[in-house]
Design a protein around this ligand. Structure first.
Ligand code: C2O
Ligand code: CU
Ligand code: CU
Length: 493
């Protein structure tokens, strides 16, 4: 969608015209950088950390209404005009347990089609389940119902729109929220925190700056990197405390390479996966769509959760001076500040985790290879608008089934990346066990639902297509690429 029409969707067309009429002074005010306009970006003036409202299931059921609408919302401590679920960003956190029924009434108060996807949940993709082919028109509502199996893995998941063509715009604009599948027995920690990280560029008037076509080819990255809608909020803890942090990378394209120097991080798992035991991590990369479930052992001094620049490649040859990517260009981003005062109980033993399933011990029914590519579709010019994003040479077609798999079988998928840029591969419904990255074997059973395929590299996974039959999708989770066709249909029968 072009910036102009998007502005019209938000009802701001008239404002734009008025600005032009009012002349240069007003125009200058409108184009003042957000950072200048936004005093709370001063690292010493960060807001207290806050979390979205939590809606928790009771007696096996959670019933919620999510209303997607544009509006004036609090972003980084100020008013901005964005999208949001139920009046803000992120939307409410949905807390459920294995075996629960989650019923969501999605009300569409946008001026365009939307729908809902429960990213990572192992639930049916059919009918009014996690069906990304559903279209909910403006002014319409739709009742989704998700039945989590009794053995659904605990972990951190998330929800967001999934209508092909507008996914990046709608998420970037503010439509996302977390889903927590709680552990049957909670871990002993001093605090549980949820950090939903997203990015967005706003102008001086608090209006969204929509990306130019070139930024969409690359995968847009917003200038503001937000934690629960705030810029560099601060949280407080005592040294020796052990906290559990659940982190969601809800950015449409930005990779987060996270560090929290001076404090100890143990990774319980990524996405819905769990390791055999907590893994000490100094630096942790979350591709778009990935989540981390972490134990943080608080050290002595104040620390900053930072996102270190990550090189995810570029558009490659023929793009003139426009090669390269935003991630590599900027310095580290301060996501949140951990202020330490006093000392707590001291760290106890790390929790024991259950041994994860290992598909390397199971029979493989079929092996496949999928090729991700970017190309100049159409002519010699190398025009950005002509660039194609394909899987096996084809763009997404919702009427075509690209992979037919046998329900109840285990398959091995190798994803080859024939392009100069990373593409995070995401499969709906069925989690993937990562076996190999760029030919290097992964020893520990590692389960994820988004696996990065490095530029000019490859990954190999195994998937157990079980429990649910039906049609769903796999795609690049740089959502600008997904919207441009880097998606395919898989059907289990
Ligand atoms: Cu997070 Cu197909 O999506
Ligand atoms: Cu998903
Ligand atoms: Cu991609």
């Amino acid at each position: 969608m072009t910036p102009i029409s998007r502005r019209a969707v938000l009802g701001l067309g008239a404002l734009g015209a008025a600005t032009v009429a009012a002349g240069a002074a007003a125009l200058a005010a409108m184009t003042r950088p957000w950072q200048e306009w936004q005093p709370t970006l001063d690292p010493d003036a960060g807001l207290a950390f806050r979390e979205p409202e939590v809606l928790r299931s009771e007696s096996g059921e959670l019933r919620v209404t999510l209303r997607a609408a544009p509006g004036s919302h609090e972003v980084a401590g100020r008013r901005a005009t964005t999208f949001g679920y139920n009046g803000g960003l992120p939307g409410p956190t949905l807390a459920v347990r294995a075996g629960d029924r989650l019923r969501v009434r999605l009300v569409n108060d946008l001026d365009e089609v939307t729908n809902l996807h429960v990213h990572g949940l192992h639930v049916s993709p059919e009918e009014n389940g996690d069906n990304v082919f559903v279209e909910v028109g403006p002014g319409e509502a739709f009742d989704y119902e998700y039945r989590l199996p009794e053995d659904h893995p605990p972990g951190v998941y998330w929800y967001h729109p999934h209508h092909h063509g507008t996914v990046a715009d709608q998420i970037y604009g503010g439509l996302y929220g977390a889903i927590v599948v709680e552990d049957p027995e909670p871990f002993a920690v001093t605090a549980e925190r949820l950090l939903v990280v997203s990015d967005l560029t706003l102008d001086g008037g608090g209006e969204i700056v929509w990306p130019a076509p070139m930024d969409q080819m690359m995968g847009r990255e917003g200038e503001l990197v937000l934690v629960n809608g705030q810029a560099t909020p601060h949280l407080t803890a005592r040294s020796g405390d052990r906290e559990r942090w659940r982190i969601v990378n809800a950015c449409t394209s930005r990779f987060l390479s996270l560090r929290l120097d001076g404090h100890r991080l143990h990774l319980l798992g990524k996405d819905g996966g769990r390791f055999a035991e907590p893994v000490l991590a100094e630096q942790l990369v979350l591709a778009p769509g990935n989540r981390a479930d972490l134990l943080v052992t608080v050290g002595r001094g104040t620390g900053v959760l930072r996102a270190i620049p990550y090189d995810r490649g570029g558009l490659g040859m023929g793009m003139g001076g426009m090669m390269g990517g935003p991630s590599g260009d900027a310095g580290p981003v301060r996501l949140a500040e951990l202020r330490v005062s006093g000392s707590g109980a001291g760290d106890g033993a790390l929790p024991a985790l259950a041994a994860p399933r290992d598909l390397r011990d199971e029979d493989v029914e079929r092996r496949r290879e999928l090729v991700f590519a970017m190309g100049m579709g159409g002519g010699m010019g190398g025009m950005a608008g002509m660039m194609s994003f394909t899987i096996d040479g084809r763009e997404f077609d919702h009427d075509r089934v690209d992979q037919e798999v046998g329900l109840g079988t285990v398959e091995e998928w190798t994803i080859l990346n024939d392009s100069p840029m990373d593409h995070p591969f995401h499969l709906h419904v069925w989690p993937m066990q990562l076996l190999e990255e760029n030919g290097r074997e992964v020893d520990e059973p590692t389960w994820q639902d988004v696996v990065n395929v490095p530029a000019r590299g490859s990954v190999r996974m195994r998937v157990a297509f079980e429990d649910f039959a039906g049609r769903t999708v796999y795609h690049c989770h740089i959502l600008d690429h997904e919207d441009r066709g880097m998606m395919g249909v898989v059907e289990a029968t």
